[in-house]
Design a protein around this ligand. Structure first.
Ligand code: SAH
Ligand code: SF4
Length: 438
């Protein structure tokens, strides 16, 4: 999401006459876009700011800004503790950056952390200078009203609001015209997307018709209200990827209740079963928190068994990190000792690695459609890309280019990667057309 936000900021600054500097040393302005979701995300930013101090020493005219959730959460601390920071801008105030920069020119510190009920940056065409030119993010809504008890997002990103459908479709059309092949639609709870009569399903429907050779993913839906009609649409449309990220957070009812996640383990499991029934071969991923307030060994086991039962293809796993202002901060105690949190998290991670390896082994011999994203990290002679099911696949380069769709056969795997043999360059329509005939 921050990646997408930085592209919006890029656009605003370029519109104002600025250009992107080749490196931090030659920049006049350095803006750090920040995340507050966990303590270690903020620690990274404090470290980055320390690094920037060295640059400021050699360039006293340098303006340094902090953008995003940290700006929103701890504006005073940033200004007071870091003599370095000149401007502080919250996630809804990016349009104001040119004015704030002008204020700094007059020697003042400039701050705008006002949250908005309407801002979606709908009319701003993001300028994509850092992506791979093949896959891209499109933000469809901002903020969150869910108030999960552990989460700071509703406080830093404000109320939930959806971006008008037409502006989203226009941006996707533009990406398609520029040659992008994959778009991930972003929101904190995409299921609650709403623009008049339009729902997230009608948005996905319209988006998928723009260009049958551009494929779509989304992140994140919430398990409490995942719509059935979207599952049928994904099953039917070749360019809606057979991959769903469906964050569970925990596996026991008592823990889900404390987390204010309004579903039970049973409801969650029947949702994932339904996903697998309606979309054969769908891959599923999740977010999990270990060591949330009051977590018992039994509740931890609940998370472990849920993960085993679902058999996720991928999981993002975190130790609980207490965030000020949240309900958990106000009402509960962060009472699971650090070493127990760590032990539980590592149990969760090692079980997940085993599950992934097992699942990937069953892929050997199967064929997938991979979108080539670039050179493989390990070898210049290989390219890497993702399957429709969001697994990383690597295979011989031959004369494949970034942005090509390639049919591959899986020959081997690790827990994180499919090793494959390329069969032929193809298209979505050709690959799935043939699959349907077969
Ligand atoms: N809106 C998305 C989540 C966005 S935050 C959703 O509800 O699915 C991404 C992930 O960060 C969350 O799913 C959660 O697993 C994790 N997270 C959020 N707050 C956290 C905290 N205080 N400590 C640890 N992990 C947290
Ligand atoms: Fe945070 Fe919950 Fe909103 Fe996701 S749905 S951003 S976890 S409050």
């Amino acid at each position: 999401m921050n990646f997408a936000d930085s592209e919006i900021v890029n656009s605003i600054l370029i519109e104002d006459g600025m250009t992107v500097a080749p490196d931090p040393e030659s920049a006049d302005v350095i803006l750090v876009n920040t995340c507050s979701i966990r303590e270690n995300a903020e620690t990274k930013v404090w470290n980055r700011l320390k690094e920037l101090k060295t640059i400021k020493k050699t360039n006293s005219d340098l303006t340094v800004g902090v953008l995003g959730c940290m700006a929103e959460r701890i504006k005073d601390r940033i200004i007071e503790e870091e003599n370095l920071v000149d401007i502080v801008v919250g996630p809804d105030a990016y349009r104001d950056i040119p004015r704030l920069l002008a204020e700094v020119d007059d020697g003042r510190k400039a701050v705008n952390v006002l949250l908005s009920l309407e801002e979606t940056y709908a009319d701003i065409a993001p300028v994509r200078t850092t992506g791979n030119g093949v896959s891209s993010f499109v933000s469809i809504m901002r903020g969150c009203d869910n108030m999960c008890s552990f989460c700071v997002v509703p406080f830093t990103r404000g109320r939930e609001r959806s971006r008008p459908l037409e502006s989203i479709l226009k941006e996707i059309q533009q990406l398609s015209d520029e040659g992008y092949k994959e778009v991930t639609l972003l929101g904190q709870n995409v299921n609650s997307y709403k623009d008049g009569e339009n729902t997230f399903t009608t948005l996905m429907d319209a988006a998928s018709l723009i260009n049958p050779e551009v494929r779509f993913r989304f992140s994140s839906p919430h398990p409490k209200d995942f719509p059935d009609d979207l599952l049928y649409l994904i099953a039917e449309r070749p360019n809606l990827c057979n991959y769903i990220h469906i964050p569970a957070q925990a596996g026991s009812d008592s823990m889900l209740e404390r987390m204010r996640r309004p579903y039970t383990r049973k409801q969650y499991l029947s949702l994932t079963e339904k996903m697998r029934e309606i979309i054969p071969g769908v891959s599923l991923s999740t977010d999990i928190i270990a060591g949330f307030c009051g977590e018992t060994e039994e509740e931890h086991n609940g998370t472990m068994t849920l993960m085993k039962e679902v058999g996720y293809d991928l999981a993002y796993m975190f130790a609980y990190s207490e965030r000020e202002r949240t309900l958990a901060y106000r009402k509960f105690e962060d009472d699971v000792p650090e070493e127990i949190k760590k032990r539980r998290l590592s149990e969760i991670i090692s079980q997940q690695m085993e599950i992934q390896k097992e699942r990937n082994l069953t892929e050997i011999g199967t064929h997938h459609l991979v979108l080539v994203e670039g050179t493989s990290k390990k070898s210049e002679d290989q390219v890497s890309g993702r399957t429709d099911t969001n697994k990383i696949a690597v295979f011989d380069r031959r004369d494949f280019q970034k942005g090509d769709y390639v049919e591959v056969e899986v020959t081997d795997c690790t827990s994180a990667t499919l090793i494959a043999k390329p069969i032929r360059k193809t298209t979505i329509s050709e690959f799935y057309g043939a699959a349907v005939e077969a």
